[in-house]
Design a protein around this ligand. Structure first.
Ligand SMILES: Cc1cc2nc3c(=O)[nH]c(=O)nc-3n(C[C@H](O)[C@H](O)[C@H](O)COP(=O)(O)O)c2cc1C
Length: 269
């Protein structure tokens, strides 16, 4: 995926692990040892945090019944729809939520802040940015640490298909909002051999002193890169990147999120 000098990569195992990232969605049954789990959670704890606020909590979902609820949520199904689909033998997406040894739910959390400062103005949009960035930084340290130990994982944003229900499942009080999940475990295939999913080249991502808009040529070139990636992967779907943008953003984007944020005391001004 990258053009980083082989010499630098070889010199530095952190960089090598980070540059080898692929999402892993299939796991062996081997549990993650308590030592490994503690190490990766500690790596998250060491991440930078805005204003030292540490506006994050992690919930380990170990109860199989709760896993099923998160599986329903990610499939956008009520319990009834899910049971019906199961009884009809329908293949459901996101099987890895049920099968991964660890499923973590990352929450933005200012519950503690409101305890120490009852007048805390947590309803500003800025607090959502502070807390969501904190949760993302914590989570990415967890995933990078896990990958450095030979584990694999994948983020689960589809938890926000029904963010309110996700909040109910974890009994989130006001000022706690589940943002995304993460499956972790020992990879059952060999992700290291799988082709990495392409990213925009640095020439599209980084500019100097001022913002450089992408050109149509750059976008066309990236579309071709993505199509060949899917072809190479043997996928039936040789979608260009732009088709995925349309699929993601051409209709309302999880409109239920804003009312839930408001309900939890956030994003009112
Ligand atoms: C916040 C976030 C949410 C995601 N949600 C999901 C998800 O619900 N299901 C899934 O299979 N992958 C999910 N992913 C993984 C992305 O699809 C994946 O990172 C992206 O396609 C790039 O592939 P790679 O990680 O293998 O390089 C999510 C990633 C992020 C960062």
């Amino acid at each position: 995926m990258t053009d980083v000098s082989e010499n630098i990569k070889r010199m530095n195992s952190t960089l090598e692990a980070m540059l080898s990232h692929r999402s892993v969605r299939s796991f062996t049954e081997e549990p993650i040892s308590p030592e490994m789990l503690e190490a990766v959670l500690e790596a998250g704890r060491a991440a930078s945090t805005s204003n030292y606020m540490q506006s994050v909590s992690i919930i380990r979902i170990t109860d199989p019944q709760q896993r099923i609820k998160f599986h329903q949520i990610s499939n956008g199904m009520s319990e009834e729809e899910y049971n019906k689909a199961k009884s009809e033998g329908k293949k459901l997406a996101h099987q890895y939520i049920l099968e991964c040894p660890e499923y973590l739910v990352f929450c933005m959390d200012n519950y503690r802040h409101q305890l120490v400062e009852p007048e805390a103005q947590l309803d500003w949009m800025e607090v959502v940015l502070i807390s969501a960035v904190d949760a993302g930084l914590y989570a990415q340290n967890v995933l990078a640490a896990a990958e450095s130990l030979g584990l694999g994982g994948v983020y689960i944003g589809s938890m926000r298909n029904d963010i309110e229900r996700a909040g109910e499942v974890i009994k989130a009080p006001k000022h706690v909002v589940p943002l995304f999940g993460m499956c972790l475990g020992h990879p059952s295939d060999s992700p290291v051999n799988a082709t990495q999913k392409p990213r925009f080249p640095l020439s599209m991502l980084v500019s100097e002193n001022e913002y450089k808009p992408a050109t149509q040529q750059q976008i066309d070139a990236f579309n071709e890169t993505v199509k060949s990636y899917y072809e190479q992967r043997g996928s039936d779907n040789h979608q260009a990147w732009e088709a995925q943008v349309t699929k993601t953003f051409a209709t309302a984007v999880r409109p239920q999120v804003m009312p839930y944020l408001n309900k939890q005391g956030y994003a009112k001004r």
